[in-house]
Design a protein around this ligand. Structure first.
Ligand code: AMP
Length: 396
């Protein structure tokens, strides 16, 4: 990936910056914001522009409104929360394009902040439609991308606008993501160990294949391990298996063997007959899961094995939990891996919605070097080494 221009490479005094942020925050049924982490994550970029004499026009999506206005997905509550966090007025606009928005944007003064209404109220956002792109691009003097979590989508505000509104630079959040990705995947201190978990092989198959070219060891846990175990002829009971992925799993294991790439799978698991907090559990070898049971977490021997592998690493990249960590009987595997990463001296980077939830649940997030703000974007970056929203930015 080429080095990208950042906020530090551009003149901001007297300029209006159109900043793509990710304000896709969780809302309760009354429309209250239940977690403002994503809003807080953009404060360094917003404050930097304001402190350097610029004005800020923020744009974001929220939820999936299907190309038409939906009151429940308005960004108005976000404007109020942002205003409190910035300790400044934030003017909310009831649309993201149109005459009124253009007028307000033209009159924007240094030090002022406006937030446009949900981009996805217009079909032009997802379709990257030329007229919609022009309307957005006409609002400002430069483009800033601070929305890593959407950088894998070829939407108007992600790829269309930076193609025409120049300069187009990375905000601090995106810059951080790029720098940690570079340290972990492009110039890693080796050995580099990848840990993959979560529910499905099919979601991550491309990432696994691509990682095989670049990492020194791979650990596979979580629900997706059972498709691999089944491909080895193991009896996996009622564990999560994607039958149409079994052949692919066989071929991945063969490739790993032929390249002498160590690939570790769980040797035991915590099994139960129901995905339930109060269910009776048993620890069994992964070769001998009873027919009526499913593997819902990695077992103690697997934890020991995976920890030993983690101890050999100088760089670790992790996506996806080791088990159904949301329920306490099946959380030990995931939490033990968090603990091993927290103790490790390696550079530790993780991403993917569920993985960061697990880390926050253990209170260990400050001991992980970097927690990516992207789920799908993090996986695609691991897979492809670049993202549409990043390659759309100006090279440094
Ligand atoms: P993903 O979004 O692919 O990272 O998957 C995360 C989900 O995988 C979590 O909600 C876990 O509960 C689930 N998961 C992890 N391990 C298992 C397993 N052994 N069986 C079923 N689901 C699992």
């Amino acid at each position: 990936m080429n080095r990208k221009k950042t906020l530090e490479d551009v003149q901001l005094r007297g300029k209006r910056a159109l900043v793509r942020v990710d304000f896709n925050v969780p809302l309760d049924p009354n429309g209250n914001i239940t977690d403002d982490t994503r809003i807080r994550a953009t404060l360094p970029t917003i404050n930097h522009i304001l402190d350097n004499g610029g004005g800020v026009i923020l744009m974001s999506h929220l939820g999936r409104p299907k190309g038409k206005p939906d009151k429940a997905l308005s960004l108005a509550p976000v404007a109020r929360r942002l205003s409190r966090l910035l300790k400044l007025p934030v003017r909310w606009m009831p649309d993201c394009v149109g005459e009124e928005v253009l007028k307000v944007a033209k009159e924007l003064k240094p030090g002022e902040v406006i937030l446009l209404e949900n981009l996805r109220f217009h079909p032009g956002e997802k379709d990257n439609e030329a007229a919609f792109v022009r309307s957005l691009a006409g609002l400002a003097d430069l483009y800033v991308d601070d929305a890593f979590a959407t950088a894998h989508r070829a939407h108007a505000s992600v790829v269309g606008v930076p193609a025409v509104l120049k300069p187009a630079v990375a905000g601090f959040l995106v810059q951080n993501e790029i720098e940690y990705f570079h340290r972990a995947m492009e110039e890693p201190v080796r050995p580099l160990v990848a840990i993959l978990g979560g529910a499905k092989v099919s979601d991550k198959i491309k990432t696994i294949t691509s990682l095989m070219d670049r990492v020194d060891k791979i650990i596979i846990g979580g629900g997706m391990a059972f498709t691999f175990l089944k491909s080895m002829g193991y009896r996996v009971g009622r564990s999560l298996v994607e039958d149409d992925m079994v052949d692919l799993a066989t071929s991945i294991l063969q490739q790993a063997r032929s390249r002498a790439l160590p690939l570790y799978l769980p040797v035991d698991c915590v099994a139960a007959s129901a995905v339930d907090e109060k269910t009776k559990t048993m620890v069994v070898p992964t070769q001998e899961i009873p027919d009526d049971q499913m593997g819902l977490d990695i077992g103690p021997a697997s934890i020991t094995l995976f920890k030993e592998v983690i101890e050999t690493a100088r760089t670790i990249v992790w996506n996806g939990p080791m088990g159904v960590f949301e329920l306490s009987p099946f959380s030990q595997g995931t939490f033990s891996i968090v603990d091993a990463l927290a103790r490790s001296n390696a550079l530790t980077i993780l991403g993917g919605g569920d993985t960061d939830v697990a880390v926050h649940a253990t209170g260990n997030s400050d001991k992980i070097d970097y927690i990516s703000t992207g789920g799908g974007a993090f996986l695609m970056l691991l897979e492809k080494g670049d993202l549409p929203g990043i390659s759309a930015l100006d090279d440094a």
